[in-house]
Write a new protein. Structure first.
Length: 246
């Protein structure tokens, strides 16, 4: 028997049932479909001026919070969440979707749709809150689900790794949640988190030294999202015994 499937012997032949290569919770498929639909509408159906209106009112702008709320519209209220539904390009969307499939699936299976929806909203807000602290008053647009994806990665780091360090795509959500101390002493978690932080810090250094690619990535929001997911996931976790499949 292995983590990758169930092996049954019978009739002189070994029959191995492997996990499906593509088997996502229905609720996550709906989320991905919504993100794609929004980007299709913005890219192919809206005029340039209308899309600029959408970005101005629904993208996140740190500078909003340096201006008295009475002197602006209500974008400051909903944009800490709605920015996560917008993307700058198809490449941006596909990249986020790929990692959302990898880390969102076990989180959704473990905490269920309603808690996942709440996790999305709060991790999105936490991501840009951290970004705003470092860019107070900046009139820049922040879009994309990267902060939420980073939050899902942080949350997944608390339970997806088995003691051997392997990940079973279909059954990782059944693992016991690690305490912070256990997670920080787990080699697989440390390697995964270390590579993740190193990558984002390198992006940040690229921004400091004038890299156009680094400057286009809100790496600070990634860190804010990851820390939120890693530290606060227990508030959303219903435990393996109460796991929901969708």
């Amino acid at each position: 028997m292995s983590n990758d499937g169930v092996e049954v012997q019978g009739g002189g032949a070994d029959i191995r049932r492997r996990e499906p290569a593509f088997n996502l919770p229905g609720s996550l498929v709906v989320v991905l479909a919504v993100l794609i639909a929004i980007h299709v509408v913005r890219t192919y159906l809206l005029s340039t001026s209308t899309d600029e209106f959408v970005l101005l009112h629904f993208a996140f702008i740190p500078g909003r919070y340096a201006i008295p709320f009475a002197e602006q519209d209500l974008g400051w209220l909903w944009s800490p969440v709605t920015y996560s539904l917008l993307h700058g390009s198809w490449e941006h969307l596909i990249f986020n979707a790929f990692w959302m499939v990898a880390f969102g699936a076990p989180v959704v299976r473990r905490i269920g749709l309603l808690r996942f929806f709440l996790f999305w909203c709060l991790s999105a807000a936490a991501a840009v809150a951290f970004h705003t602290v470092l860019h107070w008053g900046a009139m820049i647009l922040v879009v994309g689900a990267s902060g939420v994806v980073s939050g899902l990665m942080g949350a997944a780091a608390r339970f997806v790794f088995s003691p051997s360090g392997r990940i079973s795509r279909q059954f990782a959500h059944l693992n016991r949640r690690l305490t912070i101390g256990e997670a920080l002493s787990n080699r697989s978690v440390l390697v995964f988190s270390g590579i993740w932080f190193l990558t984002n810090f390198l992006i940040g250094f690229g921004q400091v030294f004038g890299s156009a690619e680094g400057g286009a990535i809100a790496w600070e929001a990634h860190i804010g999202g990851f820390l939120f997911g890693f530290l606060f996931f227990p508030l959303f976790d219903v435990g393996a015994a109460e796991t929901r499949r969708d």
